[in-house]
Write a protein that binds this ligand. Structure first.
Ligand SMILES: [Zn+2]
Length: 302
């Protein structure tokens, strides 16, 4: 028994037997360094793996839109548009109200320059106070200049965010102009104008928009089909509410009061110096008194 135990101790720990205390102390310090080095190396390896993974992910997330733009553009290469304007084939200008006395208020935020990037806080506060829902067509440039206000609007359930394009260009496949502004010049450019706006909204709000209105609200019918292929419905208007923010409060009021059930009213929320807020403030309560209600586009356009 005894001989057996002694034998097994030497067999299990033969090396410990020959190491002195000094030997053990001398290896302790280097061992600690080794552990730290191993840990650092592991962190480095992990960082490289994470970096490579992100590098792989980047073209998938950022370039994904670019990729689908090119594919969609190819579908329409060589097609010749026959129509140009605000009411071309495929543009929705009103909705079926059913039995409801409903109208849709839509406000564009066009972006570009000091005036284009403005914010009509008075108008928005009025809508909030009166609980009037509205659809806001927001351009990517406006989001860049007003990130905090955009986040606030996008998280307010009273409002629905829609796509007003990347560079606020008229939507054309061959460079047609509106009010002196050159439109997109090819199917690929038209697709980029739509998809770039959608991506800016999705990045800032986490939600992809369903509706598109181009800068100047001008289109050809091929460009409208490109928007549809990119999962947008193109929405113009049946009532020009503020004449591109040039109308006086009285003119805005008159336009809004002319609305019939099913009308889509186009106004602006980026020009506080215009007559829009004042016109809305007087006309909306008057419409309510007549029995009208207000809807966001997704409630009435399926
Ligand atoms: Zn605009």
């Amino acid at each position: 028994m005894q001989a057996g135990s002694a034998h097994s101790v030497t067999a299990i720990a033969p090396k410990t037997d020959i190491l002195t205390r000094k030997d053990i102390q001398s290896v302790k310090y280097p061992r600690k360094i080794n552990e730290v080095e191993i840990l650092l190396a592991r962190i480095k390896n992990l960082a490289v793996v994470v970096f490579l993974f992100l590098l792989f992910l980047l073209p998938v997330t950022v370039g994904g839109g670019e990729h689908s733009c090119m594919e969609v553009a190819r579908l329409f290469e060589g097609e010749k548009p026959l129509e140009w304007g605000q009411e071309v084939t495929g543009v929705i200008t009103s909705f079926d109200p059913g039995d409801a006395m409903a109208v849709a208020l839509t406000f564009d935020a066009c972006g570009g320059g000091v005036k284009g990037n403005g914010y009509d806080g008075e108008l928005v506060e009025f809508l909030r106070k009166e609980k009037i829902p509205a659809t806001l067509f927001v351009n990517a440039r406006w989001i860049r200049s007003n990130p905090d206000i955009f986040a606030e609007l996008a998280s307010d359930p009273l409002f629905e965010i829609a796509n007003h394009g990347l560079e606020h260009k008229p939507l054309s496949v061959n460079g047609k102009k509106a009010y002196g502004i050159s439109g997109t010049a090819s199917p690929a450019e038209a697709a980029r104008e739509i998809e770039g706006g959608a991506e800016a909204i999705e990045r800032a709000s986490g939600k992809r928009p369903r509706f598109f209105r181009s800068g100047t609200n001008h289109y050809d019918e091929i460009a409208v089909r490109i928007a549809e292929e990119l999962n947008h419905r193109v929405v113009g208007c049946s009532v020009n509410g503020d004449g591109g923010s040039t109308f006086s409060p009285k003119q805005v009021e008159k336009q809004i009061l002319s609305a019939r059930p099913g009308d889509i009213i186009l106004m602006h929320m980026n020009r506080p110096e215009g007559g829009t807020a004042e016109g809305v403030t007087t006309a909306v309560p008057a419409l309510k008194e007549r029995g009208f209600s207000f809807v966001r586009l997704s409630e009435v356009l399926k």
